[in-house]
Design a binder for this molecule. Structure first.
Ligand SMILES: [Zn+2]
Ligand SMILES: [Zn+2]
Length: 300
């Protein structure tokens, strides 16, 4: 059964048509165990990497004392390939791509405690790398990677993706206060009529949970903190959500619901990827004014 999410219990733009102005599409990635190749979009699969391009390393972890016997330089930790996404597979990725690029590659150093510019929260240090797939004529044959990781939850299980485009509406703090008041009154009235089963704006009717590209960012643990570009001050836009939580019951994809019905259990409490880099979500934000400005990470 293909991983897709159920229809929303109701369309929130019917009682609140003004929300249409805030709607954004997002692509849920639905990673599932598989054997991706470099030609596939994946989490935990091999990256399409040119044979003549240096594999990125973490300079900060180069300061760890000691010399690794299997490395001549003994001084830098190769980054770990986390994921790659082809624009052709992920409808909401295209608008983020710099001119000519059609492949986004995400690598990270699987340790905490970094002090680099892209990093503004607790979690592994990430690198986002755009390229044009057709430029890779000769592929790297053996993919480097770190010999150690800080936590098992920073090491992805190989997964193929089943992208599904959905519509997100914003976290309430992004909306005018009077609109939020009306939504809350509507939720209260609905709950009075149908009880605990009543869908709520935050968890059922606005933000899609799970690994996703684009859409809106939730701030359910901290309240809204606007992420601003360190280079130009522009408000940054959510590019990638790495989710270790899974979200509300109404969002459970059909294949996982079927598995649960059959008595199956996910291979990891964090879902098929096994990744958990924050309590719920680890998100990459990028500058809408200039894609060359460093991205920033934030957690929920
Ligand atoms: Zn590092
Ligand atoms: Zn900027």
């Amino acid at each position: 059964m293909k991983p897709t999410t159920p229809y929303r219990p109701l369309d929130i733009t019917i009682p609140f048509p003004e929300l249409k102005a805030y709607a954004r599409t997002a692509t849920l990635l639905h990673p599932r165990p598989g054997t991706p190749t470099a030609a596939d979009s994946s989490v935990g699969g091999p990256l399409l990497w040119p044979a003549d391009e240096t594999w990125p390393v973490c300079a900060e972890h180069g300061r760890v004392p000691g010399v690794r016997p299997d490395r001549h330089d003994g001084s830098a930790l190769p980054l770990l390939a986390l994921a790659q996404f082809y624009v052709r597979d992920v409808p909401d990725l295209g608008p983020f791509a710099p001119p000519g690029a059609d492949l986004l590659q995400v690598l990270w150093c699987p340790f905490t405690g970094h002090d680099d510019a892209s990093f503004n929260d607790y979690g592994p240090s990430t690198r986002l790398h755009w390229r044009r797939a057709a430029d890779v004529t000769e592929q790297l044959s053996v993919q480097p990677g770190p010999a150690v990781v800080e936590r098992e939850e920073y090491l992805p299980n190989p997964c193929v993706l089943f992208p599904e485009q959905v519509v997100d509406h914003p976290f309430a703090d992004y909306l005018p206060a009077e609109l939020v008041e009306r939504i809350e009154a509507w939720e209260d009235a609905l709950q009075e009529r149908i009880g605990e089963a009543a869908p709520c704006y935050q968890y059922d009717l606005s933000l899609a949970p799970g690994w996703k590209i684009g859409g809106w960012d939730s701030w359910h643990r901290t309240d809204l903190m606007r992420v601003r570009c360190g280079a130009c001050g522009a408000e940054m836009r959510l590019l990638l959500t790495i989710d270790s939580d899974g979200g509300a019951r109404s969002w459970v994809p059909y294949d996982e619901a079927q598995d649960a019905w059959n008595g199956g259990r996910p291979p990891s409490p964090h879902g098929p990827t096994g990744i958990s880099a924050a309590r719920d979500e680890y998100r990459a934000f990028v500058c809408p004014a200039d894609p060359s400005h460093p991205h920033r990470m934030s957690t929920q």
